[in-house]
Design a protein around this ligand. Sequence first.
Ligand code: SF4
Ligand code: F3S
Length: 103
Amino acid sequence: GIDPNFEENREREGREHGVDVWGPTDPPETLGIRGTHVAVDFDICLADGACLEDCPVDVFEWVDSPGHPESEIKANPTNEVQCIDCMLCVDVCPVDAIDVDPG
Ligand code: SF4
Ligand code: F3S
């Protein structure tokens, strides 16, 4: 699953789709972790979609990831500032790709 200590263990490389990108990245095969308060490891996400269906405040949006070995769309935490820390997405993701840090 996603490394919950990614902020210490990875470097912030910039922003894409409105959220931070935590490397390493080497597209299209390696896309890194996306978002900070709500973080999705794009290299683990296989586009299950439960997070999009269950988030009560619509934090996630699909973004395209053509050529990635796990899936060609990813759940981007575009609206992470709206998160109410309910932890539903963390519970429903079948591959533990999401970390929410209720600071
Ligand atoms: Fe949405 Fe709850 Fe996940 Fe926050 S913790 S992104 S509100 S499902
Ligand atoms: Fe991806 Fe998990 Fe959501 S696999 S689409 S982050 S439920």
